[in-house]
Design a protein around this ligand. Structure first.
Ligand code: GP9
Ligand code: MN
Length: 633
């Protein structure tokens, strides 16, 4: 026994060799961005944790030969997984996902280029495999670890402790890493390639099971709801006013309506957008709500393109990126439009590269389509001004008519800005987030103004309509104290919180002349029917939960994803019904008398909101659009 303890058990050696190798691959072969020391540490730890987890299981195998065989094959398989990801990464700058691997087009792409993607030095990846094979075959009996039961249990317990430690650090570094699932790169750098694959398989399996159990029987009831509630066959006076025009959609990062026509330190925050609210070619919607949840920007995109609700947990872009949809880009494509997205971020963020295909976009101009330098970047990447300038060049070359979405980046938490880009001073409160928000919002305002000039200069302006929409809040409830100071309120009540979920919506139609400020309640879910109608595209039998914002027949509520909602008279949130005008809770219905009951004023709408959110979830979880042929109708 003593003799054996003197030797390093082979599973420990395997862990060390495999850990070092994996770390070197992460660090030098994948281009993983590391933003701080903590991320460096996590990236260094996780290959050893994963290695230990796999190799330590060998101590449970009694026969030395078998134990050695287990180590040989696990290290080989582990290395092949790394190798496969590396080859895939060289082609797609992304990690393998199960659906992506199975997608025929990807496999074909890979097939033809696979030889060019393999480098001679890749052979070095197998050095540890060779060492372990050699030792294990030659001296299997000597190096096999024979432990008493307590030792085995200890090894297992140690595996879990290490894993938990890794996850804990990852969660600290990136809160809600698992539920929000931002990006494959984030997952890999925080939990490692192997745990990432397990996570990916589990997410896929869950989505697939729900899909398997759906058979389309759910649809008649949903169709009936559409017929009864969605005023499906109505259009508005504005039907077709923008027929044949390009649609330029600006997804404006983190801007909220409270900055519009408002000041900070005596300076207007958004002079250009303020002027636009009064512009005769522009509709400005002052009571327009974002309806996003954990998927943030991607949720806002999902709402806009589909007129469906996002999910209450996770990002639907991630969990249901392979579904069938009847999305706006596809419908526009059938009507002669070329559709695209321009966004200077890595393509896999929010799983956009996959989801955009499912939504029917013709092309995604990600960060590789832009010239990005140290000087032209801040915070999350390319600054909005150079982004809009470079985007104009891309748009000029584009097939017309086009539908294009530009997603901005500079006005993103933590709202960093270079001194030279700062036109107004930060606010002064206990929240640096709120303080710095104002100068970056001003930068966004200037960028959009610059973009309008660029569009005019390039001759694109006249033939386009320009939509500017805020994607979601920028200032969360964590900054309520500073927010109440800024707004001059004693506190931010739940009612105020809902009102702060308003984001700006501008629809600018050059030469139109009859623009105005619209005060009706509206939400992101309304974008698809509104835009299609403006372009004169009939889409009567679609399944969608939004209304044309210019139609007289409209649903009388806007539902937020968490079940809160807004009507003309009430705001419902946190189990309380508020009077919309005064912000006071509505008195209990006298006849009910039961103080535990929700006030009846909001009751009916609440039931409908719940029903609608459930139907939307059913459509997504069951992938029900695959049972409908929209072209036939
Ligand atoms: C990332 C950008 C920001 O590409 O869209 O996403 P967010 O964090 O706002 O959801
Ligand atoms: Mn965003």
């Amino acid at each position: 026994m003593k003799q054996k303890i003197n030797k390093v058990p082979l599973f420990i050696l395997a862990t060390i060799l495999f850990g070092i190798k994996t770390y070197l691959v992460y660090r030098f072969m994948f281009s993983i961005d590391l933003e701080n020391m903590m991320q460096e540490i996590i990236l260094l730890i996780n290959p050893f944790v994963s290695g230990f987890l796999i190799f330590a299981l060998s101590v449970w195998i009694k026969k030395p030969q078998r134990q050695m065989k287990y180590l040989r094959y696990t290290i080989l398989i582990g290395t092949l997984i790394i190798f496969a990801n590396l080859v895939f990464y060289r082609s797609f700058t992304d990690f393998i996902t199960i659906p992506q691997l199975l997608q025929a087009s990807n496999a074909a792409d890979l097939g033809s280029s696979i030889l060019t993607l393999i480098k001679p030095y890749d052979i070095l990846l197998f050095v540890d495999v060779v060492i372990i094979w050699f030792i294990s075959r030659k001296q299997s009996v000597q190096v096999a670890a024979q432990y008493p039961k307590s030792g085995k249990v200890f090894a297992l317990a140690m595996s879990f402790v290490l894993l938990a430690g890794n996850f804990f650090l990852a969660e600290m570094e990136r809160p809600q890493l698992f539920t929000r699932a931002f990006d494959r790169e984030y997952l890999v750098k925080n939990i490692g390639l192997f745990n990432y694959h397990i996570y990916d398989i589990a997410t896929q399996a869950k989505a697939k099971t729900q899909r398997v159990f759906a058979d389309g029987n759910e649809l008649p009831e949903i169709q009936e709801y559409m017929d009864e509630n969605m005023a499906r066959n109505t259009t508005s006076e504005l039907f077709g006013v923008a027929e044949g025009k390009n649609v330029i959609f600006i997804n404006a990062e983190s801007i909220q309506s409270f900055v519009i026509n408002n000041d900070v330190n005596g300076e207007p925050i958004t002079p250009f957008l303020n002027a636009l609210t009064k512009d005769k070619d522009t509709f400005y919607f002052e009571n327009f709500y974002h309806q996003t949840e954990q998927g943030k920007t991607s949720d806002s995109e999902f709402l806009v393109e589909n007129s469906l609700y996002p999910l209450s947990r996770g990002a639907v872009f991630f969990t249901h990126g392979q579904n069938e949809y009847n999305a706006m880009p596809e419908i526009l494509g059938e009507n002669g439009y070329y559709s695209s997205v321009l966004h200077a971020n890595n393509k896999s963020f929010w799983n956009r590269d996959q989801m955009y295909q499912s939504l029917g976009f013709d092309h995604y101009y990600g960060e590789e389509s832009f010239e990005i330098t140290e000087e032209s970047s801040v915070g999350w990447g390319l600054k909005d001004k150079p982004f809009f300038e470079q985007s104009t060049d891309i748009l000029q070359q584009m097939e017309k008519p086009f539908y294009t979405k530009l997603i901005t980046l500079t006005n993103h938490f933590p709202f960093e800005l270079d001194e030279e880009d700062r036109s107004i001073e930060p606010y002064d409160s206990n929240s640096n987030t709120l303080n710095n928000f104002f100068p970056t919002v001003r930068y966004m305002d200037e960028s959009i103004e610059l973009f309008f000039d660029e569009l005019k200069r390039s001759g694109l302006y006249e033939d386009s309509i320009i939509v500017i929409m805020g994607d979601h809040y920028g200032i969360s409830a964590n900054h309520n104290k500073a927010m109440s100071q800024y707004l001059g309120k004693e506190e931010i009540t739940p009612y105020d919180h809902i009102q702060l979920q308003r984001v700006p919506l501008f629809i600018h139609i050059p030469g139109f002349g009859k623009g105005e400020i619209k005060s009706e309640i509206a939400g992101q879910i309304d974008m698809k029917p509104t835009l299609l109608n403006l372009l004169g595209i009939k889409n009567k039998q679609d399944i969608q939960f939004g209304n044309d914002l210019f139609s007289k027949q409209r649903k009388d509520f806007v539902a937020l994803r968490n079940g809160s909602f807004i009507t003309d008279e009430y705001i419902y949130t946190n189990d309380t019904c508020y009077n919309k005008k005064t912000g006071d809770p509505v008195e209990e219905n006298q006849e009910k008398g039961d103080s535990n009951e929700t006030p009846s004023a909001c009751d009916l709408t609440r039931e409908q909101v719940e029903r609608e959110l459930d139907y939307s979830d059913d459509l997504i979880y069951g992938d029900l659009f695959r049972f409908i042929d929209f072209n036939k109708k």
